[in-house]
Design a protein around this ligand. Structure first.
Ligand code: ATP
Ligand code: LTN
Length: 335
């Protein structure tokens, strides 16, 4: 039957600022593939965002392709998802500029990612780092998505995107669809194994577990994970008092599908010495097929090229439509 109903749209991106870690997967990528039958899905490598922090060019290029191979290995079939590299679609930079002019200094000043990253890179607090959320708003609004599947830390940026879209629509009529963040219940904020008070982050490789890491390295990191010194060494969920154990429980729950009660029962009276390696092994097994498949795909450079070229072409066509409308609304003369 012919239908004129628009398919729902999902879109998200990750910076190739480091190798992908289990936080990126559990917080974001895991939610991406699930809907590719019912949704139009756009996923990209946010390389333009990555240069807000100094990068080694060869490494950035390598990681961008490795990230694409990992997207595919995580189940994103390029035939059913538009996979592309942000810098291949100029409309991102073009709409990014326009939206810079509709995003307030005060709003940008409140972004916690800006505050964190300027602390970490005190010698390079550049304009791009500050205005990054306006480019992210452009990334999103170009494709008119319904949902943006991200981890908890990106909620503030998606909310700013909504505010910018509403502001723009208020002046010019319904130009942008106002998107919703789509955040998982378990795994939305995976913490460092070495410092469970801090978010696991690619640009901070200590305490981070990477998807492509060797099984023995993953196991070692879990065995050394910081817990607490509570007597009895009981496994139970209490993120305030037991951030290390609760983080491990979240990871274990996410990869096994068990709930907190199941996990507490499973490790009752068995202590952290049994619990930590068990989580490590579950993680190794969960990611084994992804790791092997990604390594296989990465070796096929011609295939990867065909995927990102086709992706850029499809993405550019959609993005150009929104950009044209925006240019017209703000008063630019049509070429
Ligand atoms: P960087 O260190 O360069 O900021 P990052 O590791 O924080 O990188 P991003 O590229 O900022 O990762 O994030 C990619 C996606 O993964 C986003 O949707 C983000 O919300 C999610 N994400 C990042 N870190 C975590 C985490 N620790 N737990 C859950 N989700 C996360
Ligand atoms: N800001 C995100 C990466 C990102 C993104 C996006 C996510 C850039 N553009 C658009 C969702 C939608 C980050 O640093 N994790």
């Amino acid at each position: 039957m012919e239908t004129t109903e628009r398919k729902k749209v999902m879109l998200s991106g990750i910076q190739p600022s480091g190798d992908l870690h289990i936080g990126n997967y559990l917080g974001a990528i895991r939610n991406w593939g699930a809907r590719s039958d019912d949704y139009d899905c756009y996923y990209f490598m946010a390389d333009m965002h990555t240069i807000t922090v100094r990068q080694n060019p060869a490494e950035l290029r390598r990681r961008t392709l490795a990230q694409l191979a990992q997207y595919i290995a995580c189940g994103l079939d390029p035939a059913r998802n538009t996979l592309f590299i942000q810098s291949h679609v100029p409309a991102h930079a073009e709409l990014g500029w326009v939206l810079n002019c509709y995003t307030m200094f005060g709003e940008l000043s409140r972004m916690t990612q800006f505050k964190d990253k300027s602390q970490k890179n005190a010698d390079n607090i550049n304009g791009g780092l500050f205005t990054y959320p306006a480019l992210m708003a452009a990334d999103i609004l170009l494709y008119q998505p319904d949902y943006v599947p991200v981890g908890e830390d990106q909620k503030q940026h998606v909310e700013l995107t909504r505010d910018v879209a509403v502001r723009f629509n208020h002046v010019y009529g319904e130009v942008f669809k106002v998107p919703e963040p789509y955040i998982p219940k378990v795994g939305a904020r995976v913490m460092m194994l070495s410092e469970p008070e801090r978010k696991m982050s690619k640009s901070d490789p200590n305490g981070c577990v990477f998807l492509m890491e060797k099984p023995e390295d993953i196991l070692r990191k879990f065995k050394r994970a910081v817990t607490d010194s509570e007597t009895g060494r009981c496994v139970y969920y209490d993120p305030q008092r037991k951030p290390g154990v609760s983080n491990l429980m979240d990871i274990y729950a996410a990869v096994t599908g068990k709930n907190y009660e199941d996990i507490e029962r499973e490790f009752e009276g068995r202590g952290y010495g049994v619990f930590k390696p068990a989580v490590g092994e579950a993680v190794v097994e969960y990611f084994r097929p992804i790791r092997e498949e990604a390594a296989r795909i990465l070796a096929d450079k011609a295939y990867l090229q065909s995927v990102y070229r086709a992706g850029a072409e499809k993405a550019a066509a959609i993005a150009a439509r929104t950009l044209r409308k925006v240019y017209k609304k703000v008063g630019f003369v049509e070429r």
